[in-house]
Design a protein around this ligand. Structure first.
Ligand code: ADP
Ligand code: MG
Length: 363
């Protein structure tokens, strides 16, 4: 998904650097130019959504840059930043089509607020995809980790969260050693914003950012559904996709997760006990109001030679199978033991192809 693009036009190199770093953390794509001429040349080749213009530039006035830029790109938004505000320049800026006018030194949150009002959030259409099976051993973590890796490889801004609070495996599957975990976030819940979130998440080589379960099990019981909702909401500022790996009951933090999710991928395998549990949990999800178009049934370790066919399973469950992932034990185990997602380790394997297809369907 495309990110909103912002061009900073200011002759102060420190300000250009700091501001573009902050805007990148906030999820925007940021560029910078040191004077009016360079800014206009950049714009001709690379249109942007918003200009942040200093009023006093070395070669021309910020208002001239604005009026020239608006001639070529009338829909482009602009915010004027100045250390030297006058009523005349503010009136002129508004006439030229500036959305707002801020005095330096400005408060960063105030600037970000103004940017949002002008061009919206960087990823207003965040997709939250939860991969869920109440019990373990069905390949839920395998699918969550590989789905997130696929999406991250497609230029999406991806977060992967391990909500198996008492038995998380994501860090192991990705060979990560996180310095901070979910409890670092929940303990600081009153001061979390997108910059804080980015500073505590662990970056994986695929480009995705990972948040894992607390290191100490006794910290897990303190995590509340309200905290999870709050964290997911903050993610809207930074990410385009959030993948959640979870298990356990339809209660507590899972309720918050299911409510926030756009898609719940209910992952199962085709054997009698798993199908029996799937039927019970589908009924549970329905009773709790989560079925309305959200829950999609995924069959992992699928083989055509199985005793139970897809058609039979669909009949018993009264639910359509959304997608299947083939059984490929040797490759999957090798990928887990090496801490490398199978989509990276064996991109041509049948499992990898099926997960790429799945990511296309959910993009
Ligand atoms: N598509 C697959 N084919 C073969 N084996 C698989 C597949 N997906 C998962 N597995 C195996 O299932 C086991 C459990 O996988 P895991 O992702 O940890 O499941 P869960 O998160 O549901 O506990 C692993 O040993 C893994 O090798
Ligand atoms: Mg797991």
């Amino acid at each position: 998904m495309e990110k909103s693009r912002i061009l900073i036009i200011d002759d102060d190199p420190n300000l250009r650097k700091t501001l573009s770093d902050i805007l990148k953390v906030k999820g925007y794509e940021a560029f910078a130019a040191e004077n009016g001429e360079k800014a206009l040349a950049f714009l001709r080749a690379n249109p942007v959504d918003l200009l942040l213009i200093d009023l006093a530039l070395p070669d021309m006035s910020g208002l001239d840059v604005l009026s020239k830029a608006k001639t070529d790109f009338p829909a482009m938004a602009a915010i004027i930043l100045t250390g030297n505000a006058t009523i005349e320049s503010a009136v002129e800026a508004t006439k030229q089509g500036a959305c707002s006018y801020l005095m330096k030194p400005y408060d960063i949150e105030q600037l970000v607020d103004n940017i949002r009002r002008a061009i919206g959030k960087p990823h207003a259409d965040l997709k939250i995809i939860t991969v869920y099976n109440p019990l373990g051993g069905m390949g839920t973590t395998t699918i969550a980790v590989n789905l997130a890796t696929c999406l991250a490889g497609n230029n999406a801004k991806v977060a992967l969260i391990d909500l198996n609070l008492f038995s998380g495996d994501v860090a192991t599957f990705l060979n990560l050693n996180p310095a901070y975990t979910l409890s670092s976030v929940t303990k600081n819940i009153s001061r979390i914003d997108s910059s804080f979130i980015m500073s505590v998440m662990t970056r994986h080589s695929s480009g995705m950012h990972v948040l894992t379960e607390p290191l100490e099990v006794d910290e897990c019981s303190d995590i509340t559904p309200e905290q999870i909702s709050h964290i997911l909401n903050t993610f809207r500022d930074v990410f385009s996709h959030v993948i959640i790996d979870t298990g356990g009951y339809i209660a507590g933090c899972n309720t918050a997760v299911f409510e926030a999710s756009n898609t719940i991928l209910y992952n199962t395998v085709m054997n009698l006990p798993s199908l029996k549990n799937t039927k019970r949990y589908i009924a549970g999800l329905e009773k709790n109001g989560f079925m309305k178009g959200k829950v999609k049934l995924l069959v992992n370790r699928y083989t055509q030679r199985a005793d139970i066919s897809i058609e039979e399973a669909e009949k018993v469950l009264n639910w359509k199978v959304f997608h299947t992932i083939p059984n490929e034990y040797k490759e999957v185990v090798e990928s887990i033991n090496n801490g490398v997602p199978i989509v990276s380790l064996y991109p041509r394997s049948a499992v990898s192809k099926a997960i790429v297809n799945l990511s296309e369907l959910l993009k």
